[in-house]
Design a binder for this molecule. Structure first.
Ligand code: FAD
Length: 499
């Protein structure tokens, strides 16, 4: 007696994508989400009339018809869509030595860089020109057509041979780090730091840790499709996926924490919920992180010990300090939405507190805040290990948030006087609400030092999706992981009918 064909643990974008696509393929799917709000790192939450993004706010290709964004490709086959606002410049970078706009269009971007360093701008152009042909080759193969097993080979050969040919010359850089491309093309120290910063914003690692295709894709996509913010915030993306899941018969259970994945003789049989209830299915897909899946959700005897040890040994990016603010908007008519502030040029950009990301999405969507107000999210890396809930917690939290306030003062000098609602989140908050091991941003698998694992596990019927699987961290990437997993569970002909 099975409760469903597939149980998905977690409604992050990776879990929802896999679940909705499998429902679209005709499977009976149940998603068990521990939190009372769906979306994981991408969920939105509401406080006193302010709608906050808990994490992501930076998106490309959400609405375009022929989009390369896997989220859009899945929404399309689910019959769902989003509304979004396009904007350019995509943000402002504030270095100690000055501020400059970052335009989606590469030529405009290079012109801004040339005002600071003409030689650096030429080198940055050379760097992009080395990467963009790789993007041109990759863009001929829609993620929706791919799967994570050998059956992808005939699909690629039959349907995408020209794109494969185009990719051949770039094989040497496909698995390499974009740092190697930077070493070959850019000497200017200022531009090298800029590339490191952009890689860090993308993968959590600097250029030498980030794989070249990821950066090629980012540069190509933002120049081609531009940047968009979804009306309603990141929660609108989650809601669209949930609508798609339910439209095709899938079920989302909120406040439904899975305590254990049930395994009998190395074969998955279902899950046990915190309530004690058992749900049975021959396939379970875990959207929990690799650390949580292998060390919390499975019993030690269910896995070869070397496997769980390998998960525990995988390096991970730190967690975050968050500052969510509701502020008065008077006289801020020229406010723009995205900013990155680097406080100290002599410190590493990845040092906790040094690089602060800021998003003010109510400049694009006024419904996110009460009239006359803006909604602000600022965050920076912060290690988890130094936090505990003791007597000094409240004071430490306020003290640590100061780096975010100082960053915000670069954009809104009188920010402190404007605050009507203040929520400070620490790595403990992040880990708690996102149910993530040590509140991590995700695995720090550096280019050349390993690869993100695919969806398969040593346990029959157990699969994984999300940012600790291939292709990695970020909303489009985790949606791609959901597609790869879902497609691997159906016949290639079923995929061909959709893609
Ligand atoms: C601050 C921040 C800013 C970001 N900005 C961007 C951005 O601008 N653009 C971008 O593309 N990406 C961005 N990212 C990255 C992106 O948000 C994540 O990589 C992505 O959302 C992770 O999705 P996921 O599917 O891996 O799962 P997660 O979001 O981690 O979701 C996993 C889900 O599983 C649930 N779960 C875990 N354990 C259990 C259990 N035992 N039982 C039931 N449910 C469980 C959790 O509650 C959670 O809902 C950002 C991330 C952060 C943190």
């Amino acid at each position: 007696m099975q409760d469903s064909d597939v149980i998905v643990i977690g409604s992050g974008i990776g879990g929802l994508t896999a679940a909705a696509l499998l429902a679209r393929y005709g499977k009976r799917v149940i998603v068990c989400e521990s939190h009372t709000i769906a979306g994981g790192a991408a969920h939105s939450f509401r406080r006193r009339g302010f709608e906050f993004d808990s994490g992501p706010s930076f998106y490309c290709g959400l609405t375009e018809r022929e989009s390369l964004n896997p989220v859009k490709q899945v929404l399309h086959v689910l019959g769902e869509s989003l509304k979004a606002v396009r904007y350019d410049p995509l943000g402002y970078y504030h270095f100690p030595e000055g501020t400059f706009p970052v335009y989606s269009n590469t030529d405009r971007y290079f012109k801004e860089i040339a005002k600071i360093t003409p030689q650096g701008a030429r080198e940055l152009k050379g760097f992009s020109e080395r990467l963009l042909p790789l993007y041109e080759a990759m863009k001929g193969i829609p993620t929706l057509a791919l799967r994570a097993d050998w059956q992808v080979i005939p699909v690629l050969l039959k349907r995408y041979l020209p794109s494969l040919w185009k990719m051949l010359p770039y094989l040497p850089i496909i698995q390499g780090s974009v740092g190697d491309v930077m070493d070959a093309t850019v000497q200017d120290p200022w531009v090298r730091r800029l590339i490191d910063l952009e890689c860090f914003l993308l993968s959590g690692l600097k250029a030498h840790g980030t794989i070249a295709p990821e950066v090629a894709f980012m540069l190509g996509e933002r120049s081609r499709a531009g940047v968009e913010y979804p009306l309603g915030g990141s929660g609108a993306i989650v809601n669209a996926l949930v609508r798609g899941l339910e439209r095709w018969g899938g079920q989302l259970l909120l406040g439904c924490h899975v305590e254990q994945i049930l395994v009998e003789t190395f074969k998955v049989v279902g899950v046990r919920l915190r309530s004690g209830e058992i749900l049975k299915a021959p396939v379970v897909i875990s959207n929990a992180s690799m650390w949580d899946t292998y060390t919390e959700l499975l019993r030690p005897e269910d896995l070869p010990p070397s496997y769980s040890q390998a998960a525990l040994d995988t390096p991970f990016v730190d967690s975050f300090m968050h500052l969510h603010l509701g502020i008065k908007a008077s006289s801020l008519e020229n406010l723009t939405g995205h900013h990155v502030v680097v406080h100290d040029a002599s410190k590493d950009i990845t040092a906790p507190g040094n690089t602060c990301m800021i998003s003010i999405p109510s400049v694009w969507d006024a419904t996110l805040s009460p009239v006359g107000h803006h909604v602000v999210h600022a965050y920076t890396l912060e290690p988890y290990a130094v936090w505990e809930r003791n007597d000094g917690y409240g004071q430490k939290k306020h003290q640590k948030a100061q780096t975010l306030y100082r960053a915000l003062e670069r954009i809104i000098p009188d920010i402190r006087e404007r605050v009507v609602l203040e929520l400070i989140g620490t790595p403990l908050t992040h880990a708690h609400y996102l149910r993530r091991y040590q509140g991590t941003y995700g695995p720090a698998i550096a280019a050349g030092k390993g690869m993100f694992p695919g969806p398969h596990t040593p346990i029959q019927g157990l699969y994984r999706v999300g940012d600790s699987t291939m292709p990695g961290i970020g909303v489009p990437a985790v949606a791609a992981s959901g597609i790869l997993c879902a497609n691997s569970l159906v016949k290639p002909q079923q995929t061909t009918q959709l893609s």
